[in-house]
Design a protein around this ligand. Structure first.
Ligand SMILES: Nc1ncnc2c1ncn2[C@@H]1O[C@H](COP(=O)(O)OP(=O)(O)O)[C@@H](O)[C@H]1O
Ligand SMILES: [Mg+2]
Length: 509
C-alpha cells in the first residue's frame, strides 16, 4: 500500500512543501528513507518506529520505503517524524477515511509518541496557506508562531495518538488562533530613554541617528554609558509594522529562537555579539547555511561594542549586508538569501587605556598607540558610519539628579515625523531614508545656501576634514532639518552636523 502525506521544509527563510510518500511492500523487514535525507532525517526511522509502537499501533514488519520529494534538495531537521509516522499508519490502512491531503504535518517524535517542537513553523504555515492547505498538525509549542497566519487552521498536537484520533474522527482539536492586534497593543520595551541621566548631547545624536537611519559610532571612556545608550536606540525607532514583524519573526522561527509562547517579534531586535565572533557567526554561513547575527537583527539594531577588538575580516564581511540589506550564501547545491537590514551602532574607547580626553584622569597612551588603535577599524566600514559621537563620562551631579529627561515615547514621535517627511521625499524610488542616500541623491536633496557653504568650507579647513566627511555632514544636516520640519537646510543644521564627524579630524584631542 502507498500513502502520501504533506510536510514542509525551509530554504533560507521560506518554506516549501515536501511530499512524504510511504510504500509498504511484502518482503524482508526493512525501513529505508530516500530523497536526500541528512542527519536528523536519517535518524528519523528509529524514533518513528518506537513512537508508533509505544503509542499502541502495529508497526508493519514488511519492506517500508519512505520517499521525500522533491528528491534533489537536501532535507534537514526532524520535522518529518510525524508525517512519516502518519504515512506508515496510512499505508498500513489505519487511516482509510481520512483525507490526508488536506493537511500539513510537522513535528519531531519522542520515543513515547510525544510531538516535539520544530524550527520554521511560521514560514511553513505561510506556505501552507498560500497553497490552500486547510489545516496544519504541529507541535503545541509551535502553535503561537504559526497562529499568526490567517486562513489556515492550526491544530496544536501533543501526541501521535491524538493526531491519529482526530484523523479517524474520534476526537477534535480546536484550532489555535492569535489576535494579531493585541500583539501590537501590548508591546513595551524593558528599557527607556528617560533612565539616562544627563547626556543630552548623546541623546540628541541618537535621535538624529534614528530619524535618518544613520549608522553611528560612540567614542567614550568605559562606564560613560555607551552600552546603556545603544540599548535604548530600538525604543525610539518607528514601531515595527506587521510586515516587518513577520519578516523578522520568520528568521527567529527558522532558527528556533522564537521566545516560548510568543507569536511574533513585535519589538525591534537589539543584539550585541561579542568581539570574538567569527565571520560566519556574524553574517551567517556554515555547511548547511544558517542566518547570522546580522539577520537576527533584521529591522533592528546591531551593537558592536569595542569595535577595534573585532577581527578585521569579520568587520569586512559586514559590507555586503550593510550595502544590500541582505546576505547571500552560496553552496555547491544551493544559494540562500537571508534579510539583514539593520542599523549599526558601534562603540569604542578613545584610546587603548580609555582616558584620552578625560577631564580628570590622565591618558597613558602614546600618540602612535592611539593612531594604531583607531586605524584598526577598516575604512570601508567607517564609510558607512555617518555619525561620530563623543560620549564623555557623566558628572556625578547629573547622575544623581532626579530630573528625568525626555522619554522614548516622546522622542519616537519626533523620529516618526521625520521619517514620514523622508518617505514623502523619496517616494518609492531611491533610498528609504537620509542615511541610505548615495552621492547622487545627496546632490539632489541636500542643497545648501551660500552661508552654510562658507561655514562648511571653513570647518573642513580648520579641522582638516576629508571629502568623505563632506557628504556625511550634508546627510546629517538634512536629517536635522527634517526633525525641525524645515524644507531647507540652514547654517545651524550644518553647524550641528559638523560636530558629529570627530573621527575625521586630523588632530586628536
Ligand atoms: N547617563 C547615565 N544615566 C544613568 N546611569 C548611567 C549613565 N551612564 C552610565 N550609567 C550607569 O553606568 C553603568 C555603566 O554604563 P555602560 O553603558 O555599561 O558604560 P560603557 O558601555 O560606556 O562602558 C550603566 O549600567 C548605568 O547604570
Ligand atoms: Mg559598554
Amino acid at each position: 500500500m502507498l500513502a502520501k502525506v504533506l510536510s514542509s521544509a525551509v530554504m533560507g527563510i521560506d518554506a516549501y512543501i515536501v511530499d512524504v510518500e510511504v510504500d509498504i511492500a511484502q518482503g524482508l523487514p526493512s525501513f529505508a528513507t530516500v530523497g536526500l535525507p541528512e542527519g536528523a532525517v536519517r535518524e528519523s526511522k528509529d524514533r518513528v518506529k518506537a513512537a508508533i509502537k509505544n503509542s499502541g499501533y502495529h508497526f508493519p514488519s514488511d519492506r517500508i520505503t519512505v520517499n521525500l520529494a522533491p528528491a534533489d534538495i537536501k532535507k534537514e531537521g526532524s520535522a518529518f517524524d510525524l508525517p512519516i509516522a502518519i504515512g506508515i499508519l496510512g499505508a498500513n490502512q489505519l487511516l482509510e477515511n481520512a483525507s490526508l491531503s488536506n493537511y500539513l504535518f510537522l513535528g519531531e517524535l519522542s520515543l513515547d509518541g510525544h510531538v516535539r517542537p520544530v524550527k520554521g513553523a511560521l514560514p511553513m504555515a505561510i506556505t501552507a496557506k498560500e497553497l490552500g492547505i486547510k489545516g496544519i498538525f504541529l507541535p503545541a509549542e509551535n502553535a503561537p508562531e504559526a497562529g499568526v497566519v490567517e486562513g489556515v487552521n492550526i491544530y496544536p498536537s501533543d501526541t501521535l495518538s491524538q493526531v491519529v484520533d482526530v484523523l479517524q474522527g474520534f476526537s477534535k482539536i480546536s484550532p489555535f488562533t492569535v489576535k494579531i492586534n493585541t500583539l501590537f497593543e501590548t508591546r513595551e520595551a524593558d528599557v527607556d530613554f528617560k533612565e539616562v541621566r544627563g547626556q543630552e548631547n548623546a541623546k540628541r545624536a541618537l535621535e538624529i541617528s534614528a530619524a535618518g537611519s544613520h549608522n553611528l559610532i560612540m567614542i567614550g571612556p568605559p562606564g560613560s554609558g555607551k552600552t546603556m545608550l545603544a540599548r535604548r536606540l530600538p525604543t525610539i525607532l518607528p514601531p515595527l509594522t506587521f510586515s516587518e514583524a513577520l519578516e523578522t519573526s520568520k528568521i527567529y522561527s527558522v532558527m528556533g529562537l522564537m521566545p516560548d509562547g510568543q507569536s511574533l517579534i513585535t519589538i525591534r531586535p537589539f543584539r550585541s555579539p561579542h568581539h570574538t565572533i567569527s565571520d560566519a557567526g556574524l553574517i551567517g554561513g556554515g555547511q548547511t547555511p544558517r542566518p547570522g547575527q546580522v539577520s537576527l537583527t533584521h529591522n533592528g539594531v546591531l551593537f558592536l561594542d569595542e569595535l577595534p577588538e573585532f577581527k578585521k575580516n569579520v568587520l569586512e564581511v559586514l559590507r555586503q549586508p550593510m550595502e544590500d540589506g541582505k546576505v547571500t550564501i552560496s553552496r555547491a547545491n544551493s544559494t540562500v538569501t537571508y534579510p539583514a537590514n539593520f542599523m549599526l551602532v558601534a562603540a569604542m574607547n578613545p584610546c587603548p587605556c580609555g582616558h584620552l580626553g578625560h577631564p580628570k584622569r590622565e591618558c597613558t597612551c602614546s600618540f602612535l598607540q592611539v593612531q594604531r588603535y583607531r586605524s584598526k577599524i577598516s575604512g570601508p566600514l567607517m564609510d558607512r558610519i555617518d555619525i561620530h559621537l563623543e560620549v564623555p563620562s557623566v558628572p556625578y551631579k547629573d547622575l544623581s539628579s532626579v530630573q528625568e529627561g525626555a522619554g522614548s515615547k516622546e522622542i519616537s514621535k519626533r523620529v516618526c515625523r521625520a521619517r514620514e517627511i523622508q518617505t514623502n521625499r523619496f517616494k518609492k524610488k531611491g533610498p528609504h531614508s537620509n542615511g541610505s542616500m548615495n552621492n547622487r541623491a545627496i546632490k539632489k536633496f541636500c542643497k545648501i545656501d551660500a552661508e552654510s557653504s562658507t561655514l562648511l568650507e571653513k570647518a573642513m579647513e580648520k579641522f582638516g576634514l576629508s571629502a568623505r566627511a563632506h557628504a556625511r555632514i550634508l546627510k546629517i544636516a538634512r536629517t536635522i532639518a527634517d526633525l525641525e520640519e524645515s524644507p531647507d537646510i540652514g547654517s545651524p543644521h550644518v553647524a550641528e552636523a559638523i560636530q558629529y564627524r570627530s573621527l575625521d579630524r586630523k588632530v586628536l584631542r
